[in-house]
Write a protein that binds this ligand. Sequence first.
Ligand SMILES: *[C@@H]1O[C@H](CO)[C@@H](O)[C@H](O)[C@H]1NC(C)=O
Ligand SMILES: *[C@@H]1O[C@H](CO)[C@@H](O)[C@H](O)[C@H]1NC(C)=O
Ligand SMILES: *[C@@H]1O[C@H](CO)[C@@H](O)[C@H](O)[C@H]1NC(C)=O
Ligand SMILES: *[C@@H]1O[C@H](CO)[C@@H](O)[C@H](O)[C@H]1NC(C)=O
Ligand SMILES: *[C@@H]1O[C@H](CO)[C@@H](O)[C@H](O)[C@H]1NC(C)=O
Length: 332
Amino acid sequence: MARLIKFSILLVLVLLVAGEVLGHRKSHSKVPKKIKGHSHVPKSQHHHKPTPVAQPAVQGIPQPTSASSVASPTPATAANGKNICRSYTDTFSNTRIVEAQDYNNDPKTAEWINLSGTTSTYSLDGGQLNMILNPPSSYETITTSYHPYNSQLGYGLTLNSTYLMHYGTVSAKIKASPIGGVVTAYITMSPEGDEIDWELVGNDTLHAQSNWYWNGVILWGVHGGNHTVPPPGISETFNTYTLNWTPDAITWLINGNPVRTLNKADTVVNGTAEFPNRPSHIQLGIWDGSGAPGTADWANGPIDWKSQKSNPRTYVSEVKIECDPTWNQVIN
Ligand SMILES: *[C@@H]1O[C@H](CO)[C@@H](O)[C@H](O)[C@H]1NC(C)=O
Ligand SMILES: *[C@@H]1O[C@H](CO)[C@@H](O)[C@H](O)[C@H]1NC(C)=O
Ligand SMILES: *[C@@H]1O[C@H](CO)[C@@H](O)[C@H](O)[C@H]1NC(C)=O
Ligand SMILES: *[C@@H]1O[C@H](CO)[C@@H](O)[C@H](O)[C@H]1NC(C)=O
Ligand SMILES: *[C@@H]1O[C@H](CO)[C@@H](O)[C@H](O)[C@H]1NC(C)=O
């Protein structure tokens, strides 16, 4: 009899645990696998009101939304129709960054366009770009059954290169913030929404993530890659993150070692290669991944601002752009 009671108690416990696990799985399965035609970035870094539901990971970098305050530069095109691309190494000693509303549409006059932030979202000193994430003036951490998130976001930086690159190699030396919830991103982005990403997420300092999108079609969690970064990891030292983009393949490299290759041939759907193929800006940024439960989960957030003694920072010491001369009219 005692045995039977013990067995019954055990059975009830097993059923309870199983129910908990299944319930958890179910809440995960609510995360949509595929959303078409939706912006994959927060609408506004400043007043974004996150919805209290599980959401998929936000990827890329926040893009400008206020058309009136943002220039839409015309891509520089040579007489032969090729994209004009500047091959150079930016060591952030004589770098020119202009605000979007001041940009005169002449890529010769600046290296980067500042698309967001306030006066303190970046500084250039000691031969490096310091990308700074400022805290929100106030915020609450909201608990949900899926994952907590913050009611207000910190505001960070997005830089857009003035020139576009149509295939080539770009390398950036980056020392990323280790703070959970802080996302460092370095991507290529075409006006049509072709995108190739490197993303460094705080509190997972031994990994870097890769991703890509084609034609603005956002496939959540479909194309992402997760790659080992050797100790001491993404935050204790500068590592070199490279994108080698050719018409046939994209290779992601860490410190010169290839960690992933995407072949164009493997992206063909119904006869169309869904492969990034259009001239793209290079963008650098830091943003707050605390704004929704799914995003905060992915970003190892939400950010615990109360325990931060200073604003989260990511340092970039060099960006090297080598344009493919077959596809670009290359200038120096
Ligand atoms: C970047 O642009 C924003 C928006 O125009 C502006 O408020 C800010 O001062 C700029 N940042 C710097 C460091 O110039
Ligand atoms: C990283 O996550 C752990 C576990 O959640 C936490 O204790 C720690 O404070 C986090 N560290 C940072 C730098 O975010
Ligand atoms: C920044 O890059 C995006 C993506 O290519 C482009 O559409 C946009 O016009 C650029 N904005 C500015 C102000 O340079
Ligand atoms: C990357 O891999 C590590 C180790 O397995 C894991 O902790 C981390 O959550 C992974 N990140 C993503 C986005 O899959
Ligand atoms: C491919 O095209 C066929 C016929 O038009 C269509 O039924 C199918 O859904 C398409 N597949 C994909 C993955 O788009």
